[in-house]
Every structure is written in structure tokens, then in C-alpha cells.
Design a protein around this ligand. Structure first.
Ligand SMILES: Nc1ncnc2c1ncn2[C@@H]1O[C@H](COP(=O)(O)OS(=O)(=O)O)[C@@H](OP(=O)(O)O)[C@H]1O
Ligand SMILES: Nc1ncnc2c1ncn2[C@@H]1O[C@H](COP(=O)(O)OP(=O)(O)O)[C@@H](O)[C@H]1O
Length: 221
């Protein structure tokens, strides 16, 4: 294994300095659940409401991040050679999802240190990958830096919504490795927040998240 010489540097402006300027602490609010469960819709509502009340936020969202930070091999091949694209492009195999969540976790950690309330909305189907993000955040920051929100919407409901037609393709055998169909979704064991995504409207679920942030002293009511 190649030995790489890197050294951690303390910065002149600390996380506390940034949080004081923002008027609130940073944290990561991590939405997980099946495709179509409502992660994006709820995270966007929370983002809008917090932003409107002057809170510094940022939203990292599945499909968008897979266009920039974590593109597919085919996307990368448009600007890089085939070997490079093969090496760094990500799909939906288990190791690709693991690396997708690892990279996003590292970015979310930076945003948290910048004092932002960072909303992350990813299927993030594997428990160990989410737990690793939690452990990294709690180790570099402290307790309360990672708030896991399980958007608990039954597969039948997600499948009936199917806004991108992915479940239909998976059922027809045209898409392999679809979460909930032929790839596992491992529900969180002790999420900070569980939302009944199949039986309550999005604005009510977003209000539940914000109420929890208030209760935890992260934002004021
Ligand atoms: N095989 C398979 N399984 C699940 N989802 C799939 C798949 N292929 C493509 N998509 C689309 O990609 C979005 C999920 O990307 P994520 O980065 O959140 O996935 S993961 O956390 O790495 O599992 C997901 O977006 P959302 O529907 O917003 O969750 C899907 O639109
Ligand atoms: N609580 C809800 N009740 C009814 N429909 C919802 C709810 N949450 C989301 N939806 C709808 O379900 C579809 C998928 O939502 P989306 O937020 O894109 O899910 P995800 O990001 O988890 O894939 C969208 O058409 C959205 O309007």
C-alpha cells in the first residue's frame, strides 16, 4: 500500500467562531428511506422553512450529488479517459453505494463544521454506511451532530408513487439492484426521528422535523 504523507492542520477560524456568526450550531439531518418515500420533498420543505427564518442550511440530495460529486462511469467518460471513469465513477452496486455515502458523509461533515444545518437525502440503504457517517461526525464534532430521520413509507406506497418509473422497470427485470426489490433496505434501529411517510402529508412531516430541531436546541422556535 502506498504511504501518503498528510498532516491535519487546525484552522484559524474555528467551528465555534462560525456558529457564533451564524447564530446557531451546525448539524447533519440525514434522511434515509426507499426511493419515493418522500426524502427529497420533506428535506426541501424543511430547508425552505429554516432558510426563511434566517437559518444557514444546505441540502445534499441523491440525484443531484450523482451529477457532480459522485457521477456514474458513463458521465465521467464524457470528460475523462475510460480507465479514470471506470475507477472513480459510481453506480448502485454495494461498494458503489458504500463509497457514495462515504464521500457524502465527508462533505456533510465539512458543512457541519462550517456551522450549517446540513440536510442530506439519500436512500443510504446499508446500516453500516450510515452508522459510519454518524461515528465520524460524532468523533470529529460531538453528540447531536448526526440526526437520523427514517422516512418510513411502505414499499407498496413508494411503488404506487414511482415518479421515475424505476419500480416498474425493476419489476419488469429491466433494472437490477433496485432497493426494496432485489437489493436490501436496512431500516435504522434507533433513528432520532421516524416519519410515517405513507400516512401523513409532507408539510406535517416537515413540521415534525423542525419541532425536533427546536426541542434539541438546534434552532429556536
Ligand atoms: N438501483 C437503484 N436503487 C435505488 N435507487 C436508484 C437505483 N437506480 C437509480 N436510482 C435512483 O437514484 C437515487 C438514489 O441515489 P442515492 O445516491 O440516494 O442512492 S444510495 O444512497 O447510494 O443507495 C434514487 O432517487 P430517490 O428516488 O430520490 O431516492 C433513484 O431515483
Ligand atoms: N408524505 C407524502 N404524502 C404523499 N405524497 C408524497 C409524500 N411525500 C412525497 N410524496 C410524493 O411522492 C413522490 C416521491 O417523493 P420524493 O420526495 O421524490 O421521494 P424520494 O426523495 O424519497 O425519492 C413525489 O411525487 C412526492 O410529491
Amino acid at each position: 500500500m502506498e504511504k501518503v504523507e498528510v498532516t491535519w492542520h487546525e484552522h484559524a477560524v474555528s467551528r465555534d467562531d462560525r456558529q457564533q456568526l451564524n447564530g446557531h450550531r451546525g448539524c447533519v439531518v440525514w434522511f434515509t428511506g426507499l426511493s419515493g418515500c418522500g426524502k427529497s420533498t420533506i428535506a426541501n420543505l424543511v430547508d425552505r422553512q429554516l432558510h426563511d427564518q434566517g437559518v444557514h442550511t444546505f441540502l445534499l440530495d441523491g440525484d443531484n450529488v450523482r451529477h457532480g460529486l459522485n457521477p456514474s462511469t458513463a458521465m465521467l467518460a464524457e470528460s475523462h479517459d475510460a480507465d479514470f471513469a471506470q475507477r472513480f465513477g459510481l453506480g448502485f452496486g454495494p461498494a458503489d453505494r458504500e463509497e457514495n455515502i462515504r464521500r457524502i458523509g465527508a462533505v456533510a461533515e465539512l458543512f457541519c463544521q462550517a456551522g450549517l444545518i446540513t440536510l442530506a437525502a439519500f436512500v443510504s440503504p446499508y446500516r453500516k454506511d450510515r452508522d459510519l457517517v454518524r461515528h465520524r461526525l460524532e468523533a470529529s464534532g460531538g453528540p447531536g451532530d448526526f440526526i437520523e430521520v427514517f422516512v418510513d413509507t411502505p414499499l407498496e406506497v413508494c411503488e404506487s408513487r414511482d415518479p421515475k418509473g424505476l419500480y416498474k422497470k425493476a419489476r419488469a427485470g429491466e433494472l437490477k439492484g433496485m432497493t426494496g426489490i432485489d437489493d436490501p433496505y436496512e431500516a435504522p434501529l434507533k433513528p432520532e426521528i421516524t416519519l410515517a411517510g405513507g400516512s401523513a402529508p409532507p408539510d406535517q412531516l416537515a413540521a415534525t422535523v423542525i419541532a425536533q430541531l427546536v426541542e434539541r436546541g438546534i434552532v429556536s422556535g
